[in-house]
Design a protein around this ligand. Sequence first.
Ligand SMILES: CC(C)(COP(=O)(O)OP(=O)(O)OC[C@H]1O[C@@H](n2cnc3c(N)ncnc32)[C@H](O)[C@@H]1OP(=O)(O)O)[C@@H](O)C(=O)NCCC(=O)NCCS
Length: 151
Amino acid sequence: MTAHILHAGREDAPAMARIHKSGFAHPWDEGALRNLMDKPNCLTLAAFEASRQLVGFVMTRQAGEECEILTIVCDNKKRRSGVASLLMMHTLELSRLRKAKRIFLEVASDNRPAIRLYEKHGFTEVSRRPGYYRQGRAAPEDALVMARSLD
Ligand SMILES: CC(C)(COP(=O)(O)OP(=O)(O)OC[C@H]1O[C@@H](n2cnc3c(N)ncnc32)[C@H](O)[C@@H]1OP(=O)(O)O)[C@@H](O)C(=O)NCCC(=O)NCCS
């Protein structure tokens, strides 16, 4: 896939909210996305196709030498074409440049596509939070905490 990765701006929030809705049962709205984007320790990268169509994005937050992936999502019509991988590669590189030494995230233990994506980019499970995800689910689901070094 030929997508370009750029820093997202506040004007991208409507497209980001649409894509977040396509990927999550409890999506973040434009206001919540803008609030995060406004924070100085938050990095928002978006994947754009030609004609500046936004097809995915990733948000990270850095605290000292640790960086957390807050969300990553690809438009459901564009999946499996390398968008999330491209976003992840840029995130890892930029986090290194910002002197982060470790990056981590949380993922539901039944989210196989996301877990495979993270494994492909070097993340391993470091802990598990039993029954962490409950909202909107028939049964509670564990959260996996996955992390990797940026050295
Ligand atoms: C997880 C998600 C971001 C992947 O986005 P994507 O752009 O389709 O991913 P890519 O095409 O870059 O795939 C990269 C790798 O991820 C893994 N992967 C992605 N989708 C997969 C699937 N449906 N099944 C198995 N592995 C998958 C594969 O290892 C893939 O590499 P490969 O194509 O060489 O096999 C996307 O499915 C999504 O937006 N899901 C909803 C939101 C979500 O769950 N986000 C993560 C929350 S923690």
